[in-house]
Design a protein around this ligand. Structure first.
Ligand code: CAA
Length: 241
């Protein structure tokens, strides 16, 4: 029986590419999406994925959602914490809600999704958790104090969980994508995005599939000795120590 992978925010952008790559690698893949729009279900149906609608912001919804996934597909072996939002603005203009929303989705959302799968992974003595952080969690980004803080928090959470999970066969790793050609990056004003691309030595935005291939590797049995690590995938924009 093939393993089950759960990808939050798995119907668009990086998450969709990850879901398809894991499907192609032989997993039964469940994807979450947050709004009711039919396009999410259509995407899942067309691509042989199972789609579930809940918000990673809501702990109880995550507990109920994971239980539903496990009842329908089987125990979750691979969790990819991908769901994330931006509310970019310079800090002097940042509202408490722009701060709180981003921390809630991008950091607390990782707790909310991971906690419900953790006990089962411990009991089964196997798990692969891949957290999608960001180059901006490594280097910081003007206009993204909220996002940078949340994504840096994800790196700390990853390392702590890696220590706790290791003796139970659970690996926990983070990927820090640079600027990838998704709707999130396309939403940056043209003149700002142009300046950012100039800072990327390979001279282009990344492709979602370039992140998906890294997730598939970290999720595989072949990556069992890799845990607590941060994989930077940013076209040379930033060299983390
Ligand atoms: N460092 C320091 N100061 C900067 C700066 C930088 N990198 N960029 C802009 N500023 C300054 C500007 O010079 C300007 O100063 P003055 O007012 O003195 O002229 C001031 O900040 C305001 O800049 P803007 O005109 O750009 O302000 P704005 O209010 O129109 O826009 C913004 C602000 C929305 C944050 C816009 O700058 C922006 O979108 N920046 C890009 C942020 C970014 O990189 N987001 C990543 C999104 S994709 C993602 O998050 C995925 C991922 O993981 C990588």
């Amino acid at each position: 029986m093939s393993k089950v992978a759960l990808v939050s925010g798995g119907t668009s952008g990086i998450g969709a590419a990850v879901a398809l790559a894991l499907r192609d690698a032989g997993y039964r893949v469940a994807v979450t999406h947050v709004d009711q729009a039919e396009e999410h279900q259509d995407f899942a149906q067309k691509n042989d994925l199972s789609a579930f609608c809940w918000s990673v912001n809501d702990y109880e919804a995550c507990v109920a959602g994971v239980a539903k996934v496990e009842a329908e597909l089987g125990p979750v072996s691979v969790l990819v914490n991908n769901a994330g939002i931006t509310r970019d603005m310079m800090f002097h203009k940042m509202t408490p809600s722009a701060w709180g929303d981003v921390l809630q989705t991008n950091l607390t959302g990782v707790f909310n999704m991971t906690h419900p799968v953790w006990l089962g992974m411990r009991e089964r003595r196997y798990g692969r958790i891949v957290n999608i952080s960001s180059v901006n969690g490594q280097k910081g980004q003007a206009g993204q104090a909220n996002y940078s803080a949340a994504k840096a928090g994800v790196l700390g959470l990853t390392k702590a969980l890696a220590q706790e999970g290791a003796r139970f066969g659970i690996t926990v790793n983070a990927i820090c994508p640079g600027y990838i050609g998704t709707e999130m990056v396309k939403a940056i004003p043209d003149h700002v995005r142009g300046r950012i691309v100039e800072e990327i030595p390979v001279g282009r935005l990344g492709e979602p599939e370039e992140i998906a291939r890294c997730v598939t590797f970290l999720a595989s049995d072949a990556a069992g000795f890799i845990t607590g690590s941060t994989l930077s995938v940013n076209g040379g924009q930033y060299f983390a120590a």
